[in-house]
Design a protein around this ligand. Structure first.
Ligand code: AMP
Length: 632
């Protein structure tokens, strides 16, 4: 198609002309008058004056050409259910859902929180919200009541959409009790809760509040609910993500910029074509699920697979069987999932006809070289494309863009800076730009952030500026909080976070949140949580805690009992996803003389590495205790 370096350079140097062209990939009710308003850095407004609708671009506009082509393919290996919705059928379902939401009083700008398993109704719910101009906030189904309550309180939704239960590995996971508890914990109460009853778990509806989806849907079978045209800058959704404090941040996304960014990514990054099939194995609770299970493929006129189940059930061939059956062209998963598959029979990778598959994209955490090699060889040399991004950015920052110019992948690297991203490596101490090859720096992005990136933190502009834009000395630049190097060919290598965020099986967690949860146990005085390297999950959380009353902790059984109790606290408050792999009990934590926790030293020791310079440490015996605990 062209030369990637020129394409990228143009996106930065001739920014407005570049994005004006991309804006033509989507439908506008009113064309934008200004491409980018960056008069108040770091707040960027994209496609100002334009009016559009995300649901229109994902669904309605395809009706003329592909009404009878598949749009949403729901597959559950948990409930043995498979159903394909054509664009026409998806359109009808979304309108039914939108009509129900209207009945419940939802109007433009209202928030709707979605706490649902991976079922088709979750997709209808998201699309119905943006159809009405309501702002959805999907909360990952693996989060428990405390995490959910924090998000309910921050988003203050008028309506919550949920389900009786999900299912994992054949076991029913009830959602309703967690939701009820979260609503009880939250100061904000939703007016209504719309319940999709899958008949997996019994529940008692809350009188006057809970509404049954099937009953309401039956009243709206012929619903015609037009799209509400919204300003390009109107928020489409918020999605909470972890940072260094205990309070998650609501990443706020616009409408027009996001629609254009995803539309452009389909041909340039993913090479997804209208009429093709996209299979993203993420969860709708994560940003990858928002962008590449729901919006991206649909905006691109593709069929998208929404999969409820494990990658190894009924066997490790299930995903490849789906690739064969639905002629998947583009697949998107996470390194963790591939490491899980690595333990299965490799013959399962070649048992099915994968001729339709163009490439496998992997993101969310570092892709280690052995895993990349294993899957690349197992799939007979299909392109394996590591791409790097964040909840904040909404679409990849680094990748190979084979749709622009074919380029080889390098194992261990997510590739180059994508068009629109003015990526720079900087020295964290001086703020100086590092232009030489293989110099380690913080990966930053010069403003304006391209379309589709976060507009702000929901309800907290100040936190947005302070968190992301004020960490590099002397410069207003966006920090990704990732260390990286760039080689002589412009390929980046990500070296880990600069902050206390950890990445467990692609799930981003703040150690502070886990520490706060553990500290709520009545017998815990103080705790440090660090991320420790793990061959399967990339990282796992490990806790080192000081008990208030140590008298009963003299034997291993008592320590195990308290460890179990602490894990239970995290399970019930945050969800099993945040549960530490181990909780060790110590009598002191390694700190500097000024009282700052030496997390890096704890982490190094927990990983069996040299802790480095310890001259500022107050009490060396504290670190020694950790060494001994790890040795067991
Ligand atoms: P999340 O916001 O949950 O998507 O997490 C974003 C973080 O995950 C990034 O800041 C990185 O630390 C990490 N990450 C995402 N993709 C990659 C990748 N391809 N390689 C290395 N780290 C990644």
């Amino acid at each position: 198609m062209g030369n990637f370096a020129d394409f990228h350079a143009r996106s930065i140097q001739d920014r407005d002309a570049f994005w004006a062209e991309q804006a033509q990939l989507v439908d506008w009710k009113v064309k934008p008058q200004q491409i980018c308003d960056y008069s108040k850095p770091p707040f960027a407004k994209w496609f100002v004056g334009g009016e559009t609708n995300l649901c229109h671009n994902a669904v309605d506009r395809h009706l003329a050409e592909r009404a009878d082509q598949p749009a949403l393919i729901f597959v559950s290996t948990e409930t043995d259910h498979e159903k394909t919705y054509t664009y026409r059928e998806l359109h009808a379902e979304v309108q039914r859902m939108a009509a129900i939401l209207q009945d419940l009083g939802v109007v433009k700008g209202d928030r709707v929180l979605i706490y649902m398993p991976m079922i088709a109704e979750a997709a209808f719910a998201m699309l119905a919200c943006v159809r009405l101009g309501a702002v959805h906030s999907v909360v990952f189904g693996g989060f428990a009541s405390h995490s959910l309550a924090t998000r309910i309180e921050d988003a203050s939704p008028k309506v919550i959409i949920s389900a009786d239960a999900g299912s994992r590995g054949g076991k029913v996971v009830a959602y309703k009790p967690l939701l009820d508890e979260a609503i009880a914990l939250s100061a904000h109460k939703p007016a209504k809760v719309l319940m999709v009853d899958r008949h997996l778990a019994d529940f008692t509806p809350a009188a006057g509040r809970d509404v049954d989806y099937a009953t309401e849907r039956a009243k709206h079978m012929d619903a015609l609910v037009p799209c509400v045209w919204v300003e390009s800058t109107h928020p489409s959704y918020t999605l909470y993500t972890s940072g260094t404090t205990g309070k998650p941040k609501g990443v706020q996304r616009d409408t027009g910029g996001y629609t254009v960014a995803l539309a452009a990514s389909m041909p340039y990054v993913f090479e997804g074509k209208p009429g093709g099939t996209f299979f993203c194995t993420s969860d709708i609770g994560w940003v990858v699920g928002h962008s590449y299970i729901i919006y991206g493929p649909l905006i691109g006129g593709m069929a998208t697979i929404l999969y409820e189940g494990l990658p190894i059930r009924p066997d490790g061939g299930i995903w490849w069987r789906l690739v064969e059956r639905y002629k998947v062209n583009v697949m998107f998963s996470a390194p963790t999932a591939i490491r899980v598959l690595k333990k299965q029979d490799p013959a399962l990778l070649t048992k099915y006809d994968l001729s339709s598959l163009q490439a496998l994209f992997l993101a969310g955490e570092p892709l280690d070289e052995p895993t990349a090699k294993w899957i690349s060889e197992g799939l007979n040399g299909k392109a394996i494309i590591d791409n790097y991004w964040q909840t904040e950015t909404g679409w990849p920052i680094l990748s190979i863009c084979n749709g622009v110019e074919k380029a080889p992948s390098k194992f261990g690297s997510p590739g180059k800076a994508i068009y629109g991203y003015n990526v720079k490596l900087v020295d964290d101490q001086t703020g100086e730009e590092l232009t030489g090859a293989n110099q380690k720096g913080v990966l930053t992005i010069d403003g304006p952030l391209p379309p589709g990136n976060l507009q702000t933190i929901w309800g907290d502009d100040e936190r947005f500026v302070k968190t992301y834009w004020k960490t590099v000395p002397g410069k207003l630049v966006y920090s990704t909080f990732d260390w990286a190097v760039r080689d002589e060919d412009g390929y980046f290598f990500i070296l880990g976070r600069t902050d206390d965020v950890i990445n467990v099986a692609g799930h981003r967690l703040g150690t502070r949140e886990i520490e706060e949860s553990i500290s709520s146990h009545p017998n815990i005085a103080e705790v440090a949580v660090v991320g420790v390297a793990d061959p399967l999950k990339g990282q796992v959380a490990m806790a080192f805690a000081i008990a208030k009353d140590t008298s009963g902790l003299t034997d291993a059984t008592a320590r195990l009992k308290l460890e179990g109790e602490v894990m239970k606290v995290v399970d019930t408050q945050l969800g099993a996803v945040a549960r530490p792999s181990r909780v060790f009990f110590v009598t002191a934590l390694p700190k500097t003389r000024s009282g700052k926790l030496l997390r890096r030293a704890i982490q190094a020791v927990a990983e069996g590495r040299d802790p480095g310079d310890l001259t500022t440490m107050d009490d060396p015996a504290a670190l020694q205790q950790i060494v001994e605990q790890i040795k067991g």
